[in-house]
Design a protein around this ligand. Structure first.
Ligand code: NAD
Ligand code: GLY
Length: 346
């Protein structure tokens, strides 16, 4: 079992293991003496896992409520947010009760945002069931919903009380969702280098070790910069062009594939501009290919760059880009917007 500490002000543990699912209620109930537990999930995950989770809390004599949203990004919205708040209020869910996010990043971000605001903040735990949520979205306390003006535009920093990731839940995850998670996994590999990168290169990869390393890396970054004013920006490696691709495609290109493309382009730009050695560039391309991150965006560089300016991470006439100096050595570099085309030019 990996128990990774996230040492922020209200610190917590991320427990990662195979086959811990039925123990999650027991772990969660060591956090506090909750009366009611509300499990939020989605229409794909609930039929697979909600009854199992519910059973453990019932066995401990807790009152258990469940709330199931339609699966998909379109559910991460203000109307579901308001509907869950009303559900909790109408069911006498109190300030000292527990919310549980059972699912991928959509359920996690939405439930976390509800938790951050209901009664000005209630306890919640994350039970991620996608690779992406397990290595990224469930850790670090970013919660959000989308509005029509933009993705994740409304949200809060609000840490969970614990994260419990049973890797076995990935056995039911569709392959395209695994590939989605690989986009973030390769990102962590390039940022961290070391054991994680070696593991990604290996023919005998240990997914559990990759997951634990990614979470450890993320926890360290979040500890240094919980509120995203500095080094946490490193976690946006490959994300500038990825957000543009998602935007221009009307969100039909999955996030992980878009991140894979963003990494491919930034790696090439770093090599062409003399920042990254050719041998490491080739390793990155091989790893992207190995994890089926082979999507190539059909948009012109002009269109991609214009779209990135509209992204919330762009400031005035410049933009922060995460550059790869070497595997395990990335940095934040500010670019004048009119120089960006030149940098990405093949
Ligand atoms: P998701 O939650 O939509 O899950 C993907 C699909 O897999 C859904 O259809 C879901 O029902 C299904 N699914 C989930 N677990 C399953 C399982 N074990 N078996 C079968 N089906 C399963 O998507 P995601 O990729 O997990 O998360 C994407 C979201 O995460 C986006 O909204 C993104 O903005 C957010 N995100 C947040 C952060 C953060 O720091 N908070 C970081 C990265 C991404
Ligand atoms: N996924 C980016 C972050 O948590 O900051």
């Amino acid at each position: 079992m990996n128990a990774i500490e996230v040492n922020v002000k209200n610190g917590y543990k991320v427990i990662v293991d195979n086959g811990i699912f039925d123990k999650i209620p027991e772990y969660a109930l060591t956090l506090a003496d909750y009366t009611t537990v509300t499990i939020v999930s989605d229409s794909n995950v609930a039929p697979l896992y909600i009854e199992r989770l519910k059973k453990g809390f019932l066995r401990a004599n807790k009152r258990v409520l469940t709330y199931v949203i339609e699966a998909g990004e379109q559910s991460k919205n203000l109307s579901n947010y308001a509907a869950i708040l009303s559900f909790l209020a109408n069911n006498d869910f109190k300030r000292k009760d527990l919310l549980v996010a059972l699912g991928g990043g959509v359920v996690g971000d939405l439930t976390g945002f509800v938790a951050s605001t209901y009664h000005r903040g209630v306890d919640f735990i994350q039970v991620p069931t996608t690779l992406l949520a397990g290595i990224d979205s469930s850790v670090g306390g970013k919660t959000a919903v989308d509005i029509k003006e933009g993705k994740n535009l409304v949200g809060a920093f609000y840490q969970p009380k614990g994260v419990f990731f049973d890797i076995e839940t990935l056995n039911t995850l569709p392959e395209k969702e695994m590939i989605n998670g690989f986009g973030e996994l390769v990102k962590y590999g390039i940022l961290m280098g070391g054991t994680l990168w070696k593991n990604l290169l290996s023919d005998n990869l240990s997914l559990e070790n990759c997951i634990a390393d990614s979470i450890r890396y993320k926890a360290e970054i979040v500890e240094k910069d919980e509120f995203d004013n500095g080094v946490r920006a490193l976690l946006n490696l490959g994300h500038t062009l990825a957000h543009s691709v998602e935007n221009l495609s009307g969100y039909t290109v999955p996030h992980g594939l878009a991140v894979g493309y963003g990494i491919r382009r930034i790696a090439k730009a770093c090599k062409n501009n003399g920042l990254l050695q050719n041998s490491e560039y080739e390793q990155i391309i091989n790893v992207l290919d190995k994890f089926s991150l082979t999507y190539i965006a059909p948009f012109s560089d002009n269109a991609l760059i214009r779209a990135s300016v509209k992204d919330k991470k762009a400031f005035a006439d410049s933009i922060n880009i995460i550059v790869i100096n070497a595997i395990g050595n990335c940095s934040i570099q500010k670019f004048k917007l009119d120089k960006l085309g030149e940098f990405f030019n093949d």
